[in-house]
Design a protein around this ligand. Structure first.
Ligand code: FES
Length: 119
């Protein structure tokens, strides 16, 4: 976990909500879905200069409040128009109650980015 940066306490991200952080000048949305899993995706909507963390968490998607595009929290893909380009996803780990993030953006649609709270 050498490339991982400690971002914030996991408890800062409430169930079904998103928190905006900026790491290396890159805005990132940290999102906890209704199941409690935490994800990190690019915070800027690919349809316009809108912060996705101001939008709505629904299941495993984050919806842009401006025009309603939904982005997959798992892959970053735009699931509904008008946005059609994906946002990056970021690998995170939850450790000792904190969120750690690898700031390297990924567009590989990996399906293993979900992180459950440690027991
Ligand atoms: S700015 Fe996000 S859908 Fe239009």
């Amino acid at each position: 976990m050498s490339d991982m940066i400690r971002v914030c306490p996991a408890s800062d991200i409430a169930l079904g909500s998103a928190v905006r952080v900026v790491i290396d000048d890159v805005p990132i949305a940290l999102v906890r879905d209704s199941a409690g899993d935490v994800y990190a995706i690019g915070d800027t909507c690919t349809h316009g200069d809108i912060s996705l963390s101001e939008g709505f968490v629904e299941d495993d998607t984050l919806e842009c409040w401006a025009h309603g595009s939904k982005f997959s929290l798992k892959t970053g893909q735009a699931l509904t128009l008008p946005a059609f380009e994906p946002v990056p996803v970021f690998t995170i780990e939850l450790k000792d109650g904190d969120v750690y993030l690898d700031p390297t953006p990924r567009f590989d649609y990996a399906d293993s980015l979900t992180n459950k709270e440690e027991a």
